[in-house]
Design a protein around this ligand. Sequence first.
Ligand SMILES: [Zn+2]
Length: 448
Amino acid sequence: MELRDPGRLTMYLCGPTVYDLPHIGHGRQMLVWDMARRWFSFRGLEVRFVSNITDIDDNIINRATREGTSENEVALRYEREWFSAMGALGAADPDDVPHATQYVEEMIELISRLLEDDVAYRTSDGIYFDVSRVPDYGLLAGQPLESLRAGARVEANDDKRSPLDFALWKNAKTGEPSWSAPFGEGRPGWHTECVVMSLGLLGEGFDLHCGGFDLKFPHHENERAQALADGRAFARHWAHHGWVMVGEEKMSKSLGNFTSLTDLLERTDARAYRLLVLRSHYRSPIEVTPETIADAERALSRLDALARRFDLAALCDEHIEVASDHPWDETTGPILDEFAHLLDDDLNTPLAIALLFDTLSSANAAADRGDYEEGSRLAGAVNVLFASLGLALDGLRATIDAESAALVAAREGARARRDWAESDRLRDELVARGWVVEDSATGTFIRR
Ligand SMILES: [Zn+2]
């Protein structure tokens, strides 16, 4: 990837519209781009990662109306939920989190220029962008204008010159939040938010624009069209992540298979979900089912067992690791090189993770034959390279299933009541499930 400024990488990710709890698909988005950002930093690039919050839109307005509260209240509540889910997943905060409502002035300026240049026009319900004014419109979608036009939805507004034209500004409606503009009271369209915030914070020709595959068209195409029509260089590179399937269907609310990320994180170690995500290429769809989660949990327990065997330091979490902060020698240097070679090929995490599991086996084999030192070096490389993608090995933590966790909680209750018979019975039940049970002053811990 050729960068605008050598050694520095600027990336923009289309963030959430905050009107509901994040779902499992959002969790994948958080994990994929957290991984990418961490990896670029690990390689020594100075990364600036911007991800926005869309805090005004139809869904937010509808929810506020339904609940008899303000749009601001709804947006703040679900923004908090978003960041608490990110924290639970171990995804580091972006460097900047611009909010759409803070950039309305800049959006009004852009729309004014587009109107002046005749790229935008008025209709009865707002200001629209004329896509025929951008010669290579459809480039991102990889389809010519004609076929996009044929596939576009026919909408209620017949003032539009083409079904592909999109709203830059929506005229104010009674009871909805609005801003004053020279072209009338109203609020900005979604596509205008991102182009203004990305260029505003990262500047022209920033390096990487990311988002879900479903944003490629029309959202990203429309961001790009506005930038070009405004005479500004837009993103140099684009990357889109695939969706999450639950069963055979795409994960989305509209299909009614909405499962909150909170549900998932209550049922499993967040690191298991990260591992599941990393074992697929970011562009491929992934399936999140009890089976694929259980499989990731088993793989994670092999990693934690390695951390216990070689007493590995716990890395990452909020901290973003950098390769040059760690020692590399004739054993581990080539592993780093191969790992980097795989990731440099469009972030090929599935092969990179497979390499780390091979290295894990080699580490155990070395220790088994008595060469603990060699094993330790290999295990250390596994630890650091997983951390480079945001996955922390943890020798103290085992992946604890919900039933075992409930037994631990019940046992702590029994001990607090000094009900030793019940406490012993619960210990036996945990041991029968394969756990080693340890009691300490601060509570009961179990490990494999
Ligand atoms: Zn966007």
